[in-house]
Design a protein around this ligand. Structure first.
Ligand SMILES: C[S@@+](CC[C@H](N)C(=O)[O-])C[C@H]1O[C@@H](n2cnc3c(N)ncnc32)[C@H](O)[C@@H]1O
Length: 281
C-alpha cells in the first residue's frame, strides 16, 4: 500500500498514461467498453436529447471507446460528419458508419482548428487526464460560437457514504490506484459546472444520476470487470488483500447485494456568440 490518501486528486506519481498498464486494450477492455455503453448510453442520450442534437450539427466524440455514443450521434447529426477520436480506434473502425470519421487523436496533444464543432461530447475521459484543465481550455477553442460542450464522469460520493465497509474500501482503493498511477481524479466531476464557467461557457447546466447496483446486473458486471482489470496492481501494490478483492467480486455476482454505485455527473455549457454575449450576465 502506498499510504496515499485521497487529498491530492490528480497527482501523478508514476507518470503512466491510460491504456499503458491500466485499461490495456484487449478482450476484457473491449467487453468493458461495450458494457459501459449499454449501462450509461440511455443516461447520456436523455441529456443530449434534452440539449438537442439536430441534423447537420458537426459533432466531436472525444475518447469514443466502444463507439456507441459516436454511432448514436451519427444517426442524429446526419448528413453531417461525426468525428470520433481515441488512442485506439479499432472498435470504431470495426463498425463503420457513412458519416463517422474515426481518428487516432490524443486529446492532450493533438489539435483541431478553432470553431470546428457544434457539439463536443466527452464521457469518462477528462477524469483520467491529469492535464484536464488545459484539455478543457483547448476543447472550448474547438467549439464554434454557440456550440455546446457536454462532459460526463463519475462522482464518488455514493461510495464514500456506503455502510458496507468492504464494498466501500475496494472502490476507494481502486480509485486511489488510478490516481497514483495515471492521475485519475474521481472527485472532479462534481465541480464540472465551475470548470466550464471558468473556461467562459454560458447557459450552464448539470445533473447527477445515482443508480443502485444489484449483484448480477449489467452495472455490477461492469464494476466487477472494471476493478478486475486492475487486480494484479491492486493486490501486487498492496492496495487490497486477495480476500477483500474476492469478496467484492462475489458481491457483484450476488443477486441479494444492493448498494449505490458511483454516480454519473453530467454538465454542459454553451460557447458565447460574440463580444456582446461575453458581456452578458
Ligand atoms: C473509460 S473509457 C470511456 C469510453 C467512452 N467515452 C464511453 O463512455 O463509452 C475512456 C476512453 O478514453 C480514451 N482515452 C484515454 N486517454 C485519451 C487521450 N489522451 N486522448 C484520447 N482518448 C483517450 C481511452 O482509450 C478510452 O477509450
Amino acid at each position: 500500500m502506498t499510504g496515499a490518501t485521497n487529498d491530492a486528486p490528480g497527482r501523478r506519481t508514476a507518470g503512466e498514461r491510460y491504456g499503458e498498464t491500466l485499461f490495456v486494450r484487449d478482450t476484457p477492455e473491449h467487453r468493458r467498453l461495450r458494457l459501459l455503453g449499454e449501462v450509461f448510453d440511455p443516461l447520456s442520450i436523455r441529456t443530449l436529447d434534452a440539449i438537442g442534437v439536430r441534423p447537420g450539427m458537426r459533432c466531436l466524440e472525444i475518447g469514443a471507446g466502444g463507439g456507441s455514443m459516436a454511432r448514436w450521434l451519427c444517426g442524429r447529426a446526419a448528413p453531417a460528419q461525426v468525428v470520433a477520436t481515441d488512442l485506439d480506434i479499432s472498435p470504431l473502425v470495426a463498425q463503420p458508419e457513412e458519416n463517422l470519421l474515426p481518428l487516432v487523436h490524443d486529446v492532450t496533444l493533438d489539435d483541431f482548428p478553432a470553431h470546428s464543432f457544434d457539439l463536443v461530447h466527452a464521457r469518462f475521459v477528462l477524469n483520467h487526464l491529469p492535464e484536464r484543465d488545459e484539455v478543457l481550455r483547448r476543447i472550448v477553442r474547438w467549439l464554434r460560437p454557440g456550440g455546446v460542450l457536454v462532459v460526463e464522469s463519475f462522482s464518488w460520493f455514493p461510495v464514500d457514504g456506503s455502510p458496507d465497509a468492504g464494498y466501500r474500501k475496494v472502490l476507494l482503493r481502486w480509485s486511489e490506484l488510478l490516481r497514483d498511477t495515471i492521475g485519475t481524479d474521481s472527485r472532479w466531476a462534481r465541480n464540472y459546472p465551475s470548470a466550464l464557467a471558468h473556461h467562459g461557457l454560458r447557459d450552464l447546466g448539470a445533473n447527477t444520476v445515482t443508480q443502485h447496483v444489484r449483484g448480477g446486473s449489467d452495472l455490477a458486471d461492469f464494476w466487477r470487470l472494471t476493478v478486475g482489470m486492475s487486480k494484479e496492481q491492486l493486490l501486487g501494490k498492496g492496495y487490497l488483500s486477495a480476500k477483500e478483492y474476492e469478496e467484492f467480486a462475489a458481491r457483484m455476482r450476488n443477486v441479494d447485494f444492493w448498494d449505490l454505485a458511483p454516480a454519473l455527473t453530467q454538465a454542459w455549457g454553451r460557447k458565447a456568440w460574440g463580444r456582446k454575449a461575453w458581456g452578458r450576465k
